[in-house]
Design a protein around this ligand. Structure first.
Ligand code: ATP
Ligand code: MG
Length: 495
C-alpha cells in the first residue's frame, strides 16, 4: 500500500529559466508532509514532476527505490500518485460525475456505465461533504464546490500518495475540518499526503513534518511539532516577517462617502443590503461561503442581475449595467475567481495588465512600449516573480497570478476598490506587501472594500467590518468591537 519517494538532484528549466536548481529530499510513507515556500518557489512544479505532468530536465525521481519517469499523469496515477491541482482543471460544461471519470470512464461491455459512475460519484461527494447531485454541471458550482469536486475526483483514483496543492484556499472552516478528518483517515490507511498551503495555522495543525523550499531549492525540513509558525514563515521568506499589518490611519471625520449602496436585492442571494464606505477607509466584509458577499458585489458591478438597489459613487447616483460602467465611475472589483474571471491565462502578462485600460495605450495605434513600461512598473510594485516578462499569465505561479490580477484591477486608478479574497494563495511575505499596499491606497484617499474569509486579515486590516449571513447584513463592527468571537457570532447567527 505505502509508497516511498525520493527526489535526487531534480532540475527543471523552462526555456532559459531554471526554476528548480537540484532539489533532493525523501518522503517516508504514511505521513502528512507540509510543503512550504514563497510564491514561485517551485512547489507546484516539483509536484507536477512527481505526478507526471512535467518532466524533470535532469535528476532522478525514485519511487520505492526504483527510478521512474512518468510520461503522463495517467502513468503516475497508475502508480498511485494523484495530484489535486492548485488551479482547477475541471471541464465547466460537463457534470460533476463526468468530470470525475473523464478519461477513467466505467464501462459495461461497450457502453458507458452511467449509473455506476453516478452512484460512485455520490459516495465520494458525500465523503467530501458536497451536497450536490452528480449530474450538476460544474459551471453552476461556486469555487469552494469546485474544489470539493477536485478532491472527490482524487479520492476516486485510490491514491497511495496524494498531493494537495492549496486545497483549502477556497474552503470554509467547517469544510476544512472535514477535509482534515479525511486526511487523517487516509493517513491511517497508509496514504502519504503532501499538503501545500500558505495557511500556516493549518500546516501546524495537520502535518507531521514540513519541508521548506526557497527559490527552487530545498532549504530545510523538520518535525512540525518542533517549529513555531513564525519560524516556518522566516524559513520560507529567508528573513524575519513579523508586523504583518500596517497601522490604521484614522479616517477623516469629514471624508466623503465614496460608495453608497441602498436596498440592494439580488434574487436568491441578497436581501435589502445597505452600506457605505468613505474615502480613506478600509471596509471589510465577513461571512460564511454562501452569505452573499460575492453575489452582492457582482450585482453592484452589473455582473449579476439585481432587482432593486440604488448605487451612489462619490455622492452621485449612478447607473451601472456592466463592469465597464463601474470602471468609468471609478469603481473596480477584483473577483475571487482569478482564473475564471480576473485573468486571461492564455494572454501574456502585458496584455492582461493593460486590458482594462487599453484606451490609455491607443493613440490611435497601440503603444506597446508604454504597456511594457507599465508592466515593468507593476512587476516591481507588486513583487511579481517571473523569469520572463513576455510569458503568458498561465506560466506564473498561483500566488503571482493573484498579484498580477491585483495590478491589473488597479491600472484604471479606481477610487473605490473592491477586492474579493485578495490574498488567496499568496505567501506570507507577499501578503504583508498587499496589506501595506491596501493602506497606501486608502491613504491616497481611495476607499477599499475587502471581502475575506480570513478573520485575522479582516481584523488586522479594516477600519470596520460588515458581517453578512444568509444574504443579510447582520452587523457592522467598528474598531472597538473587531474580534474573532464577535465576527464568528454574527456570521453564524449565534449572537
Ligand atoms: N510552464 C511554465 N513555463 C515557464 N515558467 C513556469 C512554468 N510553470 C512555472 N513556471 C515558473 O516556475 C516558477 C515556480 O513556479 P511554481 O508554480 O512551481 O511556484 P509555487 O511554489 O507553486 O508558487 P505558489 O505558491 O505561488 O503557487 C515560477 O517562477 C513560475 O513562473
Ligand atoms: Mg503553486
Amino acid at each position: 500500500m505505502s509508497l516511498a519517494v525520493r527526489f535526487d538532484d531534480i532540475r527543471k528549466d523552462f526555456g532559459p529559466v531554471r526554476v528548480l536548481h537540484g532539489v533532493s529530499f525523501e518522503l517516508t510513507p504514511g505521513r502528512i508532509y507540509g510543503l512550504l515556500g514563497e510564491n514561485g518557489a517551485g512547489k507546484s512544479t516539483l509536484m507536477k514532476i512527481l505526478a507526471g505532468y512535467e518532466a524533470a530536465t535532469t535528476g532522478t525521481l525514485l519511487i520505492d527505490g526504483q527510478a521512474q519517469q512518468f510520461a503522463s499523469s495517467r502513468e503516475a496515477e497508475a502508480a498511485g500518485i494523484v495530484l489535486i491541482h492548485q488551479e482547477f482543471n475541471l471541464a465547466e460544461h460537463l457534470s460533476i460525475a463526468q468530470n470525475m471519470y473523464l478519461g477513467h470512464e466505467k464501462r459495461r461491455g461497450w457502453l458507458l456505465d452511467d449509473a455506476a459512475m453516478r452512484a460512485e460519484a455520490t459516495r465520494y461527494l458525500a465523503q467530501v461533504g458536497l451536497k450536490k447531485p452528480p449530474d450538476t454541471k460544474v459551471r453552476e458550482l461556486i469555487v469552494a464546490e469546485k474544489q470539493m469536486v477536485e478532491i472527490a475526483k482524487a479520492l476516486s483514483r485510490n491514491a497511495r500518495l496524494l498531493i494537495m496543492d492549496e486545497p483549502t484556499a477556497t474552503l470554509t472552516p467547517s469544510e476544512t475540518e472535514r477535509l482534515f478528518a479525511l486526511m487523517t483517515k487516509l493517513k491511517a490507511e497508509g496514504v502519504t499526503i503532501i499538503y501545500i498551503s500558505h495557511k500556516l495555522d493549518e500546516v501546524e495543525h495537520i502535518t507531521d513534518e514540513v519541508i521548506v523550499m526557497r527559490d527552487g531549492r530545498f532549504v530545510a525540513r523538520g518535525a512540525t511539532a518542533g517549529l513555531a509558525r513564525q519560524q516556518m514563515a522566516n524559513l520560507m521568506v529567508g528573513r524575519d516577517v513579523s508586523d504583518m499589518f500596517p497601522d490604521k490611519a484614522a479616517v477623516a471625520a469629514d471624508a466623503l462617502v465614496a460608495l453608497k449602496v441602498e436596498g440592494l436585492v439580488v434574487p436568491d442571494w441578497v436581501e435589502q443590503l445597505s452600506f457605505e464606505v468613505r474615502a480613506g477607509e478600509v471596509l471589510g466584509f465577513a461571512g460564511l461561503v454562501g452569505a452573499g458577499r460575492t453575489e452582492a458585489f457582482e450585482a453592484i458591478l452589473g455582473l449579476r442581475r439585481r432587482s432593486a438597489g440604488r448605487i451612489e459613487i462619490g455622492g452621485h447616483a449612478v447607473e451601472v449595467k456592466r463592469p465597464l460602467d463601474a470602471m468609468r465611475h471609478g469603481l473596480t472589483y477584483l473577483s475571487e475567481d482569478r482564473k475564471g474571471k480576473a485573468l486571461h491565462v492564455n494572454l501574456n502578462l502585458q496584455d492582461n495588465l493593460t486590458l482594462m485600460t487599453l484606451e490609455q495605450y491607443a493613440h490611435p495605434l497601440l503603444d506597446l512600449k508604454a504597456g511594457r513600461v507599465a508592466l515593468k512598473q507593476a512587476v516591481a510594485d507588486f513583487g511579481i516573480r517571473t523569469g520572463d516578462l513576455s510569458s503568458r499569465a498561465r506560466m506564473l505561479s498561483g500566488g503571482n497570478q493573484q498579484k498580477l490580477a491585483l495590478a491589473k484591477f488597479l491600472q484604471p486608478r479606481p477610487n473605490v476598490i473592491v477586492l474579493d479574497e485578495p490574498t488567496r494563495g499568496v505567501d506570507v511575505g507577499s501578503k504583508r506587501d498587499i496589506y501595506f499596499l491596501i493602506h497606501r491606497l486608502a491613504a491616497q484617499g481611495r476607499a477599499v472594500i475587502v471581502i475575506s474569509s480570513e478573520l485575522i486579515e479582516l481584523i488586522g486590516l479594516c477600519h470596520r467590518v460588515a458581517v453578512m449571513r444568509a444574504g443579510r447584513l447582520q452587523a457592522t463592527l467598528d474598531l472597538d468591537h473587531l474580534t474573532e468571537e464577535e465576527l464568528i457570532a454574527h456570521a453564524t447567527g449565534t449572537h
